[in-house]
Design a protein around this ligand. Sequence first.
Ligand code: SF4
Ligand code: SF4
Length: 347
Amino acid sequence: MTSADIRRLARDCGFELAGAAAAQPAEDRTRYRQWLAAGFAGEMGYLRDARADARDDPRSLLPSARSVICAGKLYNQPLPYSTNFTVAERAWISRYAWSGDYHAALRRGLKRLDTALRAAVGAPFQSRIVVDTAPLLERSYARLAGLGWIGKNTCLIHEGAGSWFFLGELLVSLEIEPDAPPPDRCGTCRRCIDACPTAALVPAPGGEGWMLDARLCIAYFTIELRGAIPEGSRAAMGGHVFGCDICQDVCPWNRRAPVTADPAFEARNFAPPLDKLAAIGEREFRAMFSGTPVTRARYWGFLRNVAVAMGNSGLAKFRAALDRLAMSEDGLVAEHARWALERLKPG
Ligand code: SF4
Ligand code: SF4
């Protein structure tokens, strides 16, 4: 099997990008350790616990693994970037979360790839499907498999196709001729660093390249953080209620990024009105975002984010909704709503 064979099979299974890397410890695993040691993972304990050791070697997931087949699935939609969208009364949800469960779509594609590979090889082998729920440094292996370079914004970027990709892997006990990692094409550009509203892209400890300090990142605040959003960062969050795309939106390699033709990724929740979000009950929240990544923020965390976005809009018409949220049974939502009320223009 060559990586060209893998790419052909993967394309037939709906993956725009694919390649293979050797199933051995990734060379940049020490960088991941440095990132953890610097405290940049914040409260994301699942990145620090025993699973951090498992991330060192794909063979901890499949002991017989000899190759990691990496596959990329485009999810970009023909809708504006957040940097071109300034409708103050609407909420920004990160591009990857506009549609249904990508884990299921990726898993289906990887299952098809596994079946196609078995037919092509004609001999038994062991395999395991990995979608981002299992501990694997997937961007590192995707880079080694030739899918792109890791940009200063810490995303995997493909020269022709940009960075709007979901990644999935198929670990196999087959020897596959590995691909070569492409060159880093960030060059002297630093648009993502300069555009980040919370200065979350920081020099790596030791001075080599850039890292994401998740403790400063809007995506971390709105998705992972369970407690209060630091007051000093709230104003910089703008209308973001789930995730943030700014450092990808400004990347020149995404200027002409292709869009997906897969109906599984059709946008359901593009920029919903903030007043509608502020009024939904827990059951409606689950119904509206069922199967999408947005449920990860949980109902009360999501309302906390909506309150901050309403405050950042400055729109006096949100006063009544924020007054209601300030009376919320959830203390966190109430506190964020009080903060937001202070920011509304008189009227
Ligand atoms: S996702 Fe947003 S907040 Fe986080 S690093 Fe990128 S631009 Fe900054
Ligand atoms: S914006 Fe520039 S520096 Fe940042 S990832 Fe893209 S090319 Fe690299």
